[in-house]
Design a protein around this ligand. Sequence first.
Ligand SMILES: [Zn+2]
Length: 376
Amino acid sequence: MRFAEIIGNDDTIADLRAMVDSDKIPHAMLISGPSGLGKMMAARAFISYLNCENRIDGDSCGVCPACRRIDAGNNPDIHYVYPVIKKTAGKPAFSTDFIDQWKLFIKDSPYMDTTKWPVMIEAGTKRPVIYVDEADAISAKAALSTYADRYKVFVIWLPERMNPEASNKLLKLIEEPYDDTLFIFVSNNPELLLPTVASRLRSLRMNPQPENTIVSALLKVGVSESSARQAARMAEGIPGKAFESLSGNGESAEFHRYFMDCMRNAYARKIDELKKTAETLSAFSREKAIRFLEYLARMTRENFIANLSISPLNNMTPDEESFSTRFAPFIHSGNVEKIVAETETAKRDISRNANAKLVWFDFLLRLMLHLRSPKN
Ligand SMILES: [Zn+2]
């Protein structure tokens, strides 16, 4: 991974580069910001730059043995730590148990789509976390000398998924670090870190980027002008979202299929089909269910706007737009807010661990009534 592959956030990249150039490398740092900006890419580019045998123009070369080893995930001095699940209850669970999935994940999903990782480790409805056993494993590894490199690097993805016990164990290591140990925390929600831990980290922030920055980056990798503009418009400054919408197989494509199912069957009053849909949706993890409800609310509003024809620039993909040409007339001032309110109620119920199958079925029945309600 090279700095050149990161879209925007030039100041943060300059800071990372300067640490290596001036040989002032903090023992522990935090790269934070919303998901999809390329924070893990920045961490990986930093490590490559640190170890590269042939740096060129403030970047790693990408081809020397050191760069290649890092890109392949085969450098024994670089340790990735990430949330996992316990395959067997009561047995400890470590990141290394899922190393094959991890190598695939950072290669296929460099923007670290947090919705894909649980699927890759077959978490089902379990929430992946960083267990205290992992902190013990880090301590043990930190005490060993490096294999070949000057630094042992621990990259901790989503440190906010560590419980306080694990955080406190890690805190000891950060307070009294070994000379050759470097911690890089990569976090979407730094406010959830223990303050005692966060205060000891050199903090680097990454931010959403202007639409034009994303457009130029997409043009550079061969995306057509019109697709680049549309993807950048929907990305809301998040490069990872732009790539996801271009690939068309991300979660939003999946959500769109479910959205069409819900709306068609609710309008047609196919109760049996709605029951089946409720069953399918109840298998979503709590986080995914909430994201889908947010998607439902957003698409309901988008269709209302499309129906009013007040905005020629909507935020829909071509697939969503094509469904909307027929569906939008059914979302009007008489039901738009009612449907959005139902998504809020369902979100609340799901957060409270209510029976998901009942919550979804109830939601779909109410949707059925609202879709047929008269226009104001
Ligand atoms: Zn190199």
